[in-house]
Design a protein around this ligand. Structure first.
Ligand code: TXA
Ligand code: MG
Length: 523
């Protein structure tokens, strides 16, 4: 099919309107993103939209109108709340869902008994609808699953040869799709956030809910209030990961990453290849540039992208909602001091994993070293230990570790007391050494309750026999001594149950592979 490129001239808009009226497809600019339009009341024409986009047929389309009163024939009733929103906002980047009238077919509504209606603010869009002389069904003019097009160029990339025409109207003003609100439920619910914010809507019709799926995504067995929620969305080819961190931590983190791109704000101090999406405290600029930035990253050949986390209030909610889908809900939480907590029983081979993580650029914070450090020249701790375990626990201005372990070895109560004194001091020393991204190498991670300070926890395990042999040869101790040491620890099941990932280190070559697979998921 030959796709005609139209201008915004009077003549071209008339031509484009004719195409829609006679059952064809035309992409056109709106103030949000480009739409792919067809006569909403012509089932055959609407079906072509689903084909051109590769869109699942149960995902309904928005019906666009050019006059406020044109909503009346499309819905069962214009409720008072609907009327209030229309009066306050239309024309606007706002879509209202109401029970549909018999005029609206099942193709456009994706089989639902409701219809989504919007009167766009963009003048070219309204002139086209007027010229077509019918309500115009229009989803975003992208291939299903890809970022919505904010420039004619991207519509051309996705739709050339698949539709009858494209009106080039320059760049879109808002850059994210309209706010979608349903008034078909008892309480109004925002199904998709946009430039008309929750706060703006509540000022007109009172309290509204925000669908949980807006910020969190859908559970596997959940039915979607809006079918669009359940499909993959806005996804560039690159794997996008959102970094939940303040500006400084984000900068440090991305600057330590190799072979990756940053999706950051203007002015961020980023030294790896980057694409910006607006300014830090200007959510309208972020909305305007986000989809453009995602497409640009693909054009640059990015495979892995670390994105800054948007705020979730105001228009920021719309930005966050799109970005989290582009990232397939992958978020690294760097608000925790340690990216990875690494733990495991004695002899499980944690050291090997540590060395490998270090070679990959992680900062290793070794708890045993930190224990040694606090056991030397630490008057405050010494006083506490002397008070609880006797004066002769301190020798030559250092803790006599051998003596201390003899005291607590077979006395659970005293061991717990020792831990309650030592663990917090150790973990806070570890924290003071943490740089992003850090691994906390901690055999007693769980005893010290330090898993809470780690974004993800990896346990290293090995068979009993392997561990036994490793400990005996490493520490030059007898089988009985090694056994006693192993028995005094938490059992393997506990480690597995309480960790996010498990590495089985039986000494074979695939350990690196196991680590890399886990890292793919973590960062
Ligand atoms: O800004 C926009 O709204 C753009 C421009 C072109 O107007 N259009 C747009 O359409 O974003 P689309 O199809 O990409 O997104 C419409 C969303 C989908 O998530 C769809 O599931 C939802 O609205 N939707 C449509 N009708 C619905 C209904 N009756 N009930 C629930 N959700 C509905
Ligand atoms: Mg869309």
């Amino acid at each position: 099919m030959k796709t005609k490129i139209f201008t915004e001239s009077e003549y071209d808009i008339k031509e484009a309107g004719k195409i829609i009226k006679t059952g064809g497809l035309v992409a056109f600019p709106t103030e949000t993103v480009y739409g792919l339009g067809a006569d909403a009341l012509n089932d055959e024409a609407v079906k072509k939209i689903y084909v051109a986009k590769g869109r699942p047929s149960d995902n309904p389309l928005i019906v666009h109108i050019c006059r406020k009163e044109d909503i009346i024939p499309l819905v069962k009733e214009v409720t008072p709340k609907a009327q209030a929103l229309i009066d306050a906002f239309f024309p606007a980047p706002l879509t209202i869902i109401l029970p549909k009238s018999d005029k609206v077919g099942n193709v456009v509504s994706g089989g639902l008994d409701t219809v989504a209606v919007r009167m766009p603010e963009n003048e070219t869009a309204r002139r086209l609808i007027e010229a077509a002389g019918c309500p115009v069904a229009a989803p975003s003019a992208n291939t299903s699953g890809l970022p919505s097009p904010t420039r004619a160029k991207y519509v051309i990339d996705d739709m050339m040869g698949k539709i009858d025409g494209i009106i080039d109207g320059g760049d879109c003003e808002f850059g994210v799709e309209s706010t979608v609100i349903t008034l078909a439920t008892e309480k109004p619910v925002i199904l998709r956030p946009g430039a008309i914010t929750k706060e703006m809507i509540e000022a007109v019709i009172g309290e509204v809910e925000v669908s949980r799926a807006v910020l969190e995504g859908m559970k596997d067995n959940e039915t979607a209030a809006s079918p669009g929620m359940k499909y993959k969305h806005y996804a560039p080819r690159a794997r996008v990961v959102i970094v939940d961190a303040d500006k400084e931590t984000y900068e440090k983190f991305v600057n330590s990453r190799k072979n990756a791109f940053a999706l950051c704000y203007e002015g961020d101090d980023v030294k790896i290849p980057k694409v910006t999406f607006g300014k830090e405290n200007d959510d309208l600029s972020q909305a305007r540039e986000l989809f453009d930035a995602l497409r640009e990253l693909d054009e640059m050949g990015a495979k892995k992208v670390y994105a800054r986390i948007p705020h979730t209030t105001g228009v920021g909610m719309a930005v966050y909602n799109r970005l989290i889908r582009a990232a397939a809900f992958n978020i690294i939480d760097l608000k925790k001091p340690f990216t990875i907590g690494l733990t495991g029983q004695t002899g499980a081979g944690k050291g090997y994993v540590c060395d490998y993580l270090k070679s990959l650029g992680f900062n290793i914070i070794n708890c045993d070293d930190c224990v040694k450090e606090i056991y030397e020249n630490n008057p405050k701790l010494f006083d506490e230990l002397k008070e609880n375990f006797g004066q002769d626990i301190i020798v030559n201005n250092a803790v006599d570790r051998k003596r201390l372990s003899e005291i607590v070895f077979s006395d659970d109560k005293r061991l717990a007391l020792l831990n309650s004194i030592v663990h917090p001091a150790v973990i806070s020393l570890c924290e003071s050494k943490a740089k992003i991204p850090s691994v906390l190498d901690a055999p007693q991670l769980f005893e010290a309750n330090a898993q809470e300070k780690c974004y993800k926890v990896i346990a290293v395990t090995a068979s009993y026999k392997t561990r036994l042999e490793r400990i005996m040869s490493r520490d030059g101790i007898s089988k009985e001594q090694a056994r006693a040491r192993m028995e005094s620890q938490l059992n393997e099941e506990y480690f597995i149950k309480n960790s996010d990932f498990v590495i089985i280190n039986d000494g074979t070559e695939d350990i690196k592979k196991q680590i890399e697979t886990i890292l793919e998921e973590i960062i």
